[in-house]
Design a protein around this ligand. Structure first.
Ligand code: COA
Length: 295
């Protein structure tokens, strides 16, 4: 087999090895997003920070927001080291006004938003019969209402740029997982919202899609949901035999927001190494066995 070279479609073996991120600019032009403003909710850490890194590497300017302003600023500092212009905001996606203000300020400093990544999420494993109504509500509010708030607040700017929205969904949206009733309901709602907005906003040139990542190494989601002792067993069960990395999702986002996906809207792109093909049985059993309710 031909060896991998940057700029070809071959997949470098070192990039599939554990812990070795693949530079997205080996495969897409470094200037792909030059002059393009990307706003990312929950962009301070995890999958969303991985997405931010990919866009920064491809020339984008970024606004990121999170509930913890210091954490958002630290993430922005890291991203600025790549040469990207990055603004950090303390804004809770449940607070529409805060989000709207952050987006306005992003626009004033960097130009109108061309891509919105609605990624802010909350999660904790909890059996449905033990979950309080408020526990259920808080996750639906952060994930689903937060996704609507972000899309609605960005609408005018996206209309102006004929931009696109990427919602961060999850396998729980289409497969039931034990202890994830709140997350399943919220993420399924996000995907239906995505389709509704794709339907309504297509006439403005706004594309709306979701990405459903599988378990992504080093994230709060994996820390909370996957018992440490079970990680290797679970990784081996995944058809591609590894957990994902933030850069795996960053590349998918870079594709979906680009003209390469210019005719793609209303689509849920599952990027999980094939994990969903297993069903949720093995995960459910392990979660039940290792249930950790301390978050
Ligand atoms: N098990 C059961 N219930 C829980 C819980 C747990 N581990 N953690 C929180 N709750 C319940 C609380 O008891 C409360 O309900 P109550 O008022 O009936 O007691 C409700 O959820 C709200 O909790 P609170 O801590 O006040 O909410 P918050 O807005 O400060 O935090 C969370 C939101 C709960 C989602 C929190 O886990 C969080 O901030 N997560 C962000 C990071 C994250 O989850 N990342 C992973 C994304 S995949």
């Amino acid at each position: 087999m031909a060896s991998a070279r940057p700029g070809t479609l071959y997949w470098a073996p070192e990039h599939t090895a554990k812990g070795r991120p693949m530079p997205v600019s080996d495969y897409l032009p470094r200037t792909l997003y030059t002059g393009h403003t990307v706003f990312i909710t929950g962009g301070s850490s995890g999958i969303n920070l991985g997405i931010a890194r990919s866009f920064a590497e491809l020339g984008a300017q970024l606004g990121i927001c999170g509930r913890d302003g210091d954490k958002a600023e630290r993430a922005a500092e890291e991203l600025r080291a790549t040469g990207a212009q990055v603004m950090a905001f303390s804004a809770d996606v449940r607070d529409y006004e805060a989000l709207e203000l952050a987006m306005q300020q992003t626009r004033e400093a960097l130009g109108p938003i061309g891509t919105l990544v609605a990624g802010a999420a909350g999660n904790f494993p909890c059996p449905a019969e033990e979950m309080s109504a408020n526990g259920f509500k808080v996750v639906v509010d952060i994930d689903l209402l937060g996704a609507f708030n972000a899309a609605r607040a960005a609408f005018a700017q996206l209309k102006e740029t004929r931009g696109s929205i990427i919602f961060i969904s999850a396998g729980q949206a289409f497969q039931p997982y034990a202890m994830q009733a709140h997350v399943g309901a919220a993420k399924a709602g996000i995907d239906q919202l995505m389709k509704n907005l794709a339907l309504e906003w297509g006439r403005y040139g706004i594309r709306c899609n979701s990405i459903a990542p599988g378990p992504i190494e080093g994230t709060e989601g994996v820390r909370r949901l996957v018992p440490e002792g079970a990680r290797e067993e679970l990784a081996q069960a995944i058809p591609l035999q590894r957990f994902g990395r933030p850069d795996d999702i960053g590349r998918v986002a870079a594709f979906l927001a680009s003209p390469l996906a210019g005719y793609v809207t209303g689509c849920l792109l599952v990027a999980d190494g094939g994990q969903n093909l297993l069903g949720s049985g093995i995960w459910t059993q392990l979660l039940m066995r290792h249930a950790r309710k301390d978050g």
